[in-house]
Design a protein. Structure first.
Length: 262
């Protein structure tokens, strides 16, 4: 399927969202006519109050949630309509970083990182944990890249701190060789210092590896500090889309409601 000429992606965009709508109950939309183009580099932060649809938007993009209507264009396909093996193929190109880490607790750090390659190897290899040498070498490189190092390779995931777990989750997402990374509240379970470190790490990896990252985040100051673009949502709609330095008090009042939004 080819994207209609009238709805082609903006230049240098990797993701195009057109008229996206999501209803969990008929007639009660959580997302209302979302239209966005996500560029091919840097960090895009989505901010807004709880219940405004931020997580639903992220989960529609990787099809953890099925949209009610609309289009989501990624790598030449409307992934809102892809099913079966086509959807599995698309998902391996979209890395995901979760709020609660989503690691396999009983497995080692290395095994969790290598799970990012499950979409690329035969089932028998995955079952026997027989990963190619090139994947193992890359996993060790990513351990260093996320600030853990080879000493962590054999540690069980359930023995790690929250910040260490999130670093493993980020390494696993990058291990997928993604064209896009989505992060759903990656700092909400972390203390302030670790939250800064995790956002700094994602911004650094995005720049160094040329991978666009879309992060849903509650902390406005972290969004303004580390994102090149901020999308403000309220009531299932986008009400601000621009640079962090353009995000003023009046925008925040509209996003969060009233003047005392902090």
């Amino acid at each position: 399927m080819t994207m209609p000429a009238s709805q082609t992606l903006a230049a240098a965009s990797v993701l195009g969202i057109r008229h996206l709508r999501k209803e969990y109950r008929a007639g009660v939309p959580v997302l209302k006519d979302i239209n966005l183009d996500i560029g091919g580099e840097g960090v895009t932060a989505i901010i807004g109050p709880s219940g405004t649809g931020k997580s639903t938007l992220i989960r529609c993009i990787n099809r953890l949630v099925d949209p009610t209507s609309g289009e989501i264009w990624f790598e030449g396909q409307d992934i809102a309509k892809v099913q079966g093996s086509g959807l599995r193929h698309i998902r391996r190109r979209i890395g995901m970083v979760f709020q609660e880490y989503n690691l396999v607790e009983r497995l080692s750090v290395m095994e969790n990182i290598l799970s990012g390659r499950l979409g690329y190897i035969p089932v028998w290899r995955a079952f026997l944990r027989k990963f190619p040498d090139a994947d193992i070498t890359r996993a060790f490189e990513l351990l260093d890249a996320v600030g853990l190092g080879a000493d962590f390779a054999t540690r069980r995931a359930d023995k790690l701190s929250g910040g260490q777990r999130q670093r493993v989750g980020i390494a696993r997402a990058i291990m997928q060789d993604p064209g896009l990374v989505l992060a759903d509240e990656p700092t909400s379970s972390l203390d302030p210092k670790t939250s800064v470190e995790i956002m700094e790490l994602m911004a650094e990896l995005s720049e160094r590896r040329g991978i666009p990252i879309v992060v849903n985040i509650h902390n406005v100051e972290l969004a303004k500090r580390f994102a090149q673009r901020v999308i403000g949502m309220t009531g299932g709609m986008v009400v601000y889309d621009g640079p962090p330095e353009g995000l003023g008090a009046h925008h925040l009042a509209e996003i969060y409601g009233g003047e005392d939004w902090q």
